[in-house]
Design a protein around this ligand. Structure first.
Ligand code: NAI
Ligand code: MG
Length: 490
């Protein structure tokens, strides 16, 4: 008898091959009942609070502050003082030390952050654990490396910090967007007032404990929570020298209007409606994985999501068939389950927006497909969705849905693919799938998008600049380019 046969006798044969739940332990992270604002290295008691919840269960998680104009002013003062009292002048290698510490502590506490991010935001633990948290740490490591090399990054241009950066971030990648904002600002010698989105404040509040552990001087980073009113107060605050915003195009435009003529500097990272383009010579199975990763990653709450699929006509049928088959294997459900592929929609408001746009797609005449899947009763959920028979004029082909909804269009020639891909007010990203290197370059030259992925999608690296054209905003984050908005360059 072989060893295998012998052990088999003693091993119970599973009767059912469906997955058993594999929940991540929640108690690794301690959530306070109530949080204040983190100002000047201390917690200040909030004048007003609201309840933040888990979108997967609607269960309340904590009370957090809704910062008033006066509370924002205190945070800006703390940042100004810290800027004037030494942070902008300490030796750059000293500054780097703090950033390295923050990066290391994030790595050490990665499980805590992953669980909290999934609880408060609804994203699958597999993604927060493998993408959000490691990339956040990587961002701090990357910019730590630049802190004492700014003169080499911008030779003969005497780089100097700007002052106080007011930073407003969205709810789709709460910790990662915080890292994208704070790491380059500090590396360049600025101080910060940051506001997380109202639905996802908890990882930013836990980050304050990382700052304490790293012994960052008080006031260098201040965190205030609240909704758009708090955001507007940061934009308008007198002591803010630079505003960095990631969020909707609508709010981005309002901020730009508000700041026009004030001399405050601004970068905007706004929406997108990216084309993911599949040519008939592409490796189809890989392309299908890329389509899935492009639109169902993070429930489609991704500004650079590949939400418009452009398929070359000759391979339309096999691609749609493979895609539908693949969709049936996606597991939608508990964000804290390690087997989950698609988690909860971030908020009721976002769910309603997705529902409204999907209804418009059906009304306008597109054909909808959703794989059979049982959605949990409580919380905010939306099944992975594919639309075929989509015309370019439909709202689902024009507007950012920011949900797990894909619109499929076709093309015949590369020229037509470019024309359709660029037929959007946005210009953040695009994907090209083809075996031909020359075609990749030909396409990348013509696509009006800040990032073009070739034979992959939704790949991020701190050394690679990210940002948009047209209504997707301006300014770059990541890479050496990401330092520029935080520096005075003579
Ligand atoms: P939003 O733009 O209102 O919120 C983003 C951030 O801006 C939040 O922190 C919010 O509190 C803040 N904010 C809101 N109004 C503000 C104001 N007047 N001044 C300063 N800050 C303000 O986005 P929302 O309403 O959460 O989502 C609406 C749509 O925007 C989504 O459906 C999606 O299409 C798009 N969006 C795009 C994002 C991206 O990464 N490009 C991120 C979030 C949303
Ligand atoms: Mg809004």
């Amino acid at each position: 008898m072989t060893d295998l046969e012998r052990t088999r006798e003693r091993t119970p044969v599973p009767k059912d091959w469906t997955y058993a739940p594999a929940p991540e332990a929640r108690d690794i992270v301690r959530i306070e009942k109530r949080y204040g604002h983190y100002v000047g290295g201390d917690w200040i008691e909030p004048s007003e609070t609201y309840t933040t919840i888990s979108p997967a269960s609607e269960e309340p998680l904590a009370e957090v502050g809704q910062a008033s104009v006066a509370e924002v002013a205190r945070a800006v003062d703390a940042a100004r003082n810290a800027f004037g009292n030494g942070w902008s002048e300490i030796s750059p290698s000293e500054r780097a030390k703090y950033l390295f510490r923050i990066a290391r502590i994030l790595q050490e506490r990665s499980r805590e952050f992953a669980v909290l991010e999934s609880l408060n935001g609804g994203k699958p633990i597999r993604e927060s654990r493998d993408v959000d948290v490691p990339l956040s740490a990587a961002h701090f490591f990357y910019y730590a490396g630049w802190a004492d090399k700014l003169e080499y990054a911008f030779p003969n241009r005497r780089p100097r910090p700007i002052g106080v950066a007011g930073q407003i971030i969205p709810w789709n990648f709460p910790l990662l967007m915080l890292a994208w904002k704070i790491a380059p600002a500090l590396a360049a010698g600025n101080t910060v007032v940051l506001k997380p989105a109202e639905t996802t404040p908890l990882s930013a509040l836990l980050f304050c404990d990382v700052l304490r552990q790293a012994e960052l001087p008080p006031g260098v980073v201040n965190i205030v929570t609240g909704d758009g009113r708090t955001g507007a107060a940061i934009v308008e605050a007198d002591g803010v020298d630079k505003v960095a915003f990631t969020g909707s195009t609508e709010v981005g435009k309002a901020i730009q209007r508000e700041l026009a003529g004030t001399g405050k500097r601004l970068t905007l990272e706004l929406g997108g409606k990216a084309a993911n383009i599949i040519f008939d010579d592409a490796a189809l199975d890989q392309a299908v994985e890329g389509i899935v990763n492009g639109i169902y990653f993070n429930q489609g709450h991704v500004c650079c999501a590949g939400s418009r699929l452009l398929v070359q006509e000759s391979i339309y049928e096999p691609v749609v068939e493979k895609l539908k088959r693949r969709l049936a294997t996606l597991r939608v459900g508990d964000p804290l389950d390690k087997n989950t592929d698609v988690g909860a929609i971030n908020s009721k408001q976002q769910l309603e927006k997705i529902q409204e746009l999907v209804a418009s797609g059906e009304e306008e005449g597109a054909e909808i497909y959703q794989p059979p899947c049982r959605l949990p009763e409580k919380g905010y959920w939306f099944a992975p969705t594919v639309f075929t028979n989509v015309a370019q004029s439909y709202r689902i082909a024009q507007e950012e849905i920011f949900g797990p909804v894909l619109s499929i269009l076709t093309f015949r020639t590369p020229e037509e693919a470019v024309e359709k891909a660029n037929n959007t007010p946005y210009g953040l990203s695009a994907g090209v799938w083809t075996e031909k290197g020359s075609r990749i370059l030909w396409m990348a030259e013509r696509l009006r998008a800040g990032v073009v992925w070739a034979n992959t999608y939704n790949r991020f690296d701190p050394s690679s600049p990210f940002g948009g054209y047209k209504e997707s905003g301006f300014g770059r984050e990541g890479g050496r380019h990401g330092l520029e908005p935080y520096l005075e360059l003579e």
